[in-house]
Design a protein around this ligand. Structure first.
Ligand code: FAD
Length: 117
């Protein structure tokens, strides 16, 4: 039982990291196609997330908090709010969403610099 809880928590940390990092890198001015892609990704994530209990709670959250895809900021704040809703249900600390822009890096800043040149 402890083993399963540990694995579930690791999966959760890895998944949140990927999700928040992806949202932090979402275009500031997304095209309709990019907005569609993010929306699909989030709904598919809710269907395919491998912890079934977590996924079904997440799908309920998606009804209450539909994915926000109009900008990087809107998407990142949405991610913070849904993660906080999960935190609340699990009795964890609530994260200050005002600080999220500084927190998630992909390690690909150099790549972006090259593209600009
Ligand atoms: P995590 O919640 O994994 O957070 C990792 C780090 O992200 C934190 O240390 C903090 O630095 C940062 N962070 C915290 N809150 C926010 C925020 N709001 N915005 C941005 N960054 C933040 N576990 C269950 O037991 N039952 C469930 O039903 C369940 N549902 C889940 C649903 C989804 C979609 C996901 C991705 C995970 C779910 N989990 C669930 C796992 C759970 O959310 C945690 O990932 C796990 O318990 C490990 O928690 P943690 O305390 O290490 O921090």
């Amino acid at each position: 039982k402890l083993g399963n809880e540990t694995i579930k928590a690791e999966l959760g940390r890895a998944s949140w990291r990927l999700l928040h990092t992806m949202l932090a890198r979402f275009p500031e001015k997304p095209s309709p196609d990019e907005r569609d892609a993010l929306k699909s990704y989030i709904y598919l994530f809710g269907r395919l997330y491998p912890c079934g209990e977590c996924a079904s709670h997440f799908r309920i959250l998606l009804q209450r908090y539909p994915p926000q895809t109009s900008s990087r900021d809107a998407a990142s704040q949405w991610g913070c709010v849904v993660h906080n809703a999960v935190n609340e249900r699990l009795g964890k600390e609530i994260f200050d969403c005002g600080t999220i822009a500084d927190k998630y890096h992909c390690g690909c800043a150099e790549e972006d610099e090259k593209k600009k040149k």
